[in-house]
Design a protein around this ligand. Sequence first.
Ligand code: BGC
Length: 440
Amino acid sequence: MSFRKDFLWGAATASFQIEGAWNEDGKSPSIWDVFCEEPGRIEDGSDGKIACDHYHHYKEDVKLMAELGLKAYRFSIAWPRVIPDGCGAVNEKGLEFYSNLVDELLKYNITPFVTLYHWDLPYVLQSKGGWLNPEISDWFEEYTRAVVAKFGDRVKNYITFNEPSVFLGCGHISASHAPGFKYGTRELLLAGHNVHVAHGKAVRAIRELAPDAKVGITLATMPRIPNGDMDAATAYDIYFSCHKPYFIWSDSYWADPIVFGKYPEDLVNECKDIFPKVTDEDMKLISQKIDFIGENIYQGRYEDGYNRPRGTPHTEIGWDTYDRALEWGVKHFTKRFGLPIYITENGISCHDWESLDGKVHDPNRIDFLHRYLRGLKAAAEDGCDVRGYFQWSFMDNFEWAKGYNPRFGMVFCDYNTLKRIPKDSAYWYKEVIETNGENL
Ligand code: BGC
């Protein structure tokens, strides 16, 4: 079998990267609003105050999604819009924006996938310790309840966290992302455990408030790709190994506790003296059944790690390309976790601009997607249960510490006029959707 008949072809975005309206309708600042204010943090000195102004353009954007044939749309909710104080009073106006967005999507038969946390923590909670404070799992549960109580009747797919490795790794080790800290291993283990418990409490809340909804988590992953001397089994073992000090980047650190109910043994042994206290109750919460796992895949790894032959193609942002990354990401995850999989992000930044003919020509993106999607098709043909694919991103947006220079969108955004222009690749993707990938 190739792609399932009901395969969900979609695109993804995240609140801070597209919405703008940073202080409207009762929203409080997020850690990213504050981080952008610090000189030198963002390469082009920009911020998310306006971004693509999706907050005011959402109807136009959803209409474009429908015109481009998208069947699903993954977006995230800004916690500081919904509960400006982080915990406590719910801001109905903030919820209203997302409620209208959901209705608009459903009007066009586009399935909404909601990510609860794509990195924009209310700044007030950072002042209380952020992910280091064990109370954060209760705050996250409260926020989840507010969201699901509002949308549970209409939104049937939830992702608790987007890439916990990245928001802890870049935000709390390298300090390149908000909140810009450099934690030691003990603190990281504690923050990681708090994220796990928060995930568990959110799953519990979703099950209670929307029993028919599906819930999962999205991990950032760089699959090991067998080649040369490395066979699939060796690639698998290396891929899922989990050790100090890089454990935060390991998929088994994130998914093993959820799927198997325990942290990777090697890591626990290596960190015996500094591992946070983990109770049986914590593990029960963390390991509640999830319905799917999301993989965000941009790159892979060969056995020779980072050393690629001279001239290896790389993208505008400087990332090497790996045609078989989706294929092996899905195969390895299927072997280990046996869960349905969504590719919740995949895409490429290119040097896109509006040409004299008023169009945006992006042949490299078409070729990149073609190659990666062929790999995904191979995994589906191999029998892996892959249910959908979300291109990152629906439109060009604020690329975190890199500001607005990288352009990952299917749709070009002119940040001065806010004009949207679907790129050539968006029309190519439309055909992929129409043929359910048979043309790949
Ligand atoms: C994140 C996105 C980001 C993309 C490209 C992922 O790590 O989830 O927010 O824009 O990669 O860097």
